[in-house]
Structure formats: structure tokens, C-alpha cells
Design a protein around this ligand. Sequence first.
Ligand code: NDP
Length: 493
Amino acid sequence: MTDKKCPVLTTADGAPIGEQQAMTAGPRGPVLMQDVQLLEQMQHFNRERIPERVVHAKGSAAYGTFTVTSDITEYSKASIFGKVGKKTECFLRFSTVAGERGAADAERDVRGFAMKFYTEDGNWDLVGNNTPVFFIRDPFKFANFIHTQKRDPKTNVRDMDMQWDFWSLCPESLHQVTILFSDRGIPASYRHINGYGSHTYSLINEAGERVWCKFHFKTNQGIENIMDEEAASMIGSDRETHQRDLFESIERGEFPSWRVCVQIMTESQADSFAWNPFDLTKVWPHADYPLIEVGQLELNRNPENYHAEVEQAAFNPSALVPGISSSPDKMLQARLMSYADTHLYRVGVNYRELPVNKPRCPVMNYERDGSMATAENYQGQANYWPNSRENTPQTDTKFNDPAWSLGETIVDRFDSTVDHDDYTQVGNLYALFDDAHRDRLTTRIAGLLGQARQEVQMRQLCHFFRADEDYGKRIADKLGIDTDAVLGTTAAV
Ligand code: NDP
């Protein structure tokens, strides 16, 4: 029975449902296979969970606004840093690191501080923590380290021996271990922590000049922590303290905010820095590299649906935009691959199509299909590159990062089509063929090439001529194309 004001219950395919009682042969059953409404409900229920994040499984998030308060365009051309007063929508997810999805919020742990900025030039994700450093500097240790934070394979409980065994064998962890066991190891709430990009990134300005950069988010609520006894009693009565605090404070209109700052290091300063400036276990001392204010980040809107927006949110350090780029930091380099990869597994190949992850600017590329592609799927547009079709997306070198110099080695996107002889060996092979073989070869090619556009035929004929004039001439004849016209084209290309 439905109240007339309520919408009618439907199946997932949209058909109205008359009654939600199992369809049975007689009042005592059995249930019939043809009760497809019941089957649909049970099947969907069995698939309600997606794999939880291996790390940072328990989290809370909100939408907000980043507002520029001072101009850093001398360092970065990123559109998000534009003019003072410019606003960009963002999404920030806080989390604990080690616990599973049901873990208590008030545990001693590092806190994740993952941000997605929906900029005009694409999504920029800054996937940080509430600490400026991390336990390790070599990505080979990452999966191993996380294992030590999870459960013992036999007892299925967290094990102090494996944690301290690992740390005692990895002295680079001492900085982060000290922060973890300091008073900041159990924050009073997510609103009362700082955030740090932690890795070194690079900023690139309009002139193509690069500086190294670290990002800092200083809480305007002040740092507040809780002591171990208080945390234990909190967890005893409420496991969701930080989720509740964040959600309720935003509902009340008490919007938490952070002062956003950068530290800047020039490439020549990096050469003489006392530590490796790309080592994730080290900070850049404030006295030498002072914080430069950039803006304010305010959280002001709760998600409407936790699963759709928070559980399926996907943050990747590889989501970079023109003006903000990576650095030689080994841990960052590994995360550039592994974060996107985990979402491909956890959410699916088209995870970027979900509203929380979807860029607010147009997306144009040649990635196609896969599970859960939307109906648009670029419609009939070309799905390969390079192409000579009309109105297809093409690259623009103005968006290239400047080259990196690593001593004598230059890191750049080298053009793989120049300085190569792609014709001589083809001509040598053609010279081996007898006349009948040449005839068969050119007949096969002409038969298929003749089905391409005239423009494509002419471009391809030029390549055959460059390899061997006879090769090109035979195909041109079979296509009915005037050889002189092609040779004219060859000279022009
Ligand atoms: P500064 O005196 O300029 O800065 C000290 C920093 O320590 C402040 O940012 C302060 O944060 C932070 N701090 C205080 N207590 C804790 C804690 N329990 N856990 C983590 N951070 C804390 O000195 P330096 O820049 O030379 O840095 C000295 C040490 O401070 C570093 O080795 C590092 O451990 C820590 N630190 C340094 C940061 C940096 O980027 N330079 C950033 C954060 C920590 P707040 O301002 O919020 O009180």
C-alpha cells in the first residue's frame, strides 16, 4: 500500500511494483524463481560493497572552496592560483591510515588529508597527511610498511613486534615515529589538524621556469589533540567521533578552514640543501624556507550520499595540472602510478566518470569503453591518435613541462619520429623481392589502401616512394593515381 503523496516503488528497470511480499506457491511457500523483484533485490544487496581502500579505509569528507588570498603567479601558471579572490571548488577527505572501514576515529595514527581541486585545467589532487614527513623514502618499502600496520597473518591482530621490528630496521622512520607518538598522534577532530602535501612538487610559471615546492594547510581552528586515556574512553562510547564532528559542524554552518601556504626552493638552492630536498622523511626548515601564504580553504558542504561521494572518491597524486608537476621524490614517483591503479581496481576503469571524480572542465582524449562507460563515450569521434580527422583533440606543446636536467641526462618528452631513417631498410627488403612478389605485395596494399580517404592514400604513397620508387609507382598505378602528382606531394612533404 502506498500513500498517494509518495512516489511508486519500482524495480531497478523502472517498472512499478504492486506488492513487496515473496511470491510463493501457497501461503507457506516455496518461493518462485519468477519473483524477479525479490531476486533483483537480493542480487543487488550482495554487491553493495566495493573493495575498501587497502590504506586509509576509514574516512570522512566534505566539499569546499579554495580562495586565492595572495598572488603566486611568479612561481606557478596553474589556473587555480590565478588572481586574488579567485575561487575553486574542492573536495577534502580525511582518514586514518591503518584501520579498516569500521576503525574508530580517535585512534593513534597518521591522518590522511586528501584534496581534489576541480580547476579549469582539470582536477588537481594533492594527497597528503597531517604530518609533513613519512616513515620511508623508498617505495619498495611501502607495501611492507603497511603490512606491519595491519594484522598479523596468523593471529589476525595488530602486532607490536612486527611494527617495531620494521621501524628498528628502518631508521629513516624515526622522524615520523616521533610525530606519531607525540601529542599530535591523536587529534581532537579532523578540523583541528594541519595538512601537508608532504612530497616535494614542482611549480612552473608562464615563462617555463621551475621551482620546487611543498604545500602546507594550517588549521584556523588551532591544533587540538586528545590524550590517550580520553581517546580510549571516547572510543568506548563512540567510534565515529571525527566523522560526527566534521558533519555536524558543517551542518551547523561552522565551516572549518585552513590557511594554505607554500615553501619554495629554487633548483640551485636544492643543489646545496643540507638534506636531499626530495626525501619524504625530511622537512624544509621554516627559517630557511618560510611559508608563503597562497589562500584559504573552507569546507562548507556535506556530501549527500556517503557511498557515492566519499567511498567512491578517488584521489591520485598523478592528477596534476599545467603549472604544478612532480619531482624526483621516489615515493611520489611510485604513488603517481599506484594511486590511480588502486582506483581502477577498487572502483573501476571509468571511475573518473562518477560525479565526485569528474572534472568540471571538458575532457577530450582517446581512452574508450571499459566497464560502466556512459552513453556518451565520445559518441562517434575518432578513438586513435595520431589522426587526420576533423575536430579531434590534438596536443599543444605550450602545456609541456620544461625539461629536467639530471646531471648530463635530460628528462623530457623526446620526439620519437625525428632523427630516424624509417625507409632504407624497407627499400632493402623490397629489393629482395622478385617481380611477381612485388606485384602481389602492391596488389594487396592497393586493394586496402584504395578504401581509405584520398588524403590518406596520398600521404601513405609518399612513404612507399621514399622506401623505393618502384614500390610507390606500382601502388600508385594500381590506385589509378598520377605518379607525378604524388612525386610533387613527396617534394612538398
Ligand atoms: P619551526 O620551529 O619553524 O617549526 C616547527 C614546526 O613544528 C611547526 O610547524 C609546528 O607546527 C610543528 N610542530 C609542533 N609540534 C609538533 C608535533 N607534535 N608534530 C609535528 N609537528 C609539530 O622548525 P623547523 O621548520 O626547523 O622544523 C623543526 C621540526 O618541526 C621538524 O623537524 C619537523 O619535525 C617539525 N615540523 C616542521 C615543519 C616544516 O615544514 N618545517 C612542518 C611541521 C612540523 P605549528 O605551527 O602548527 O605549531
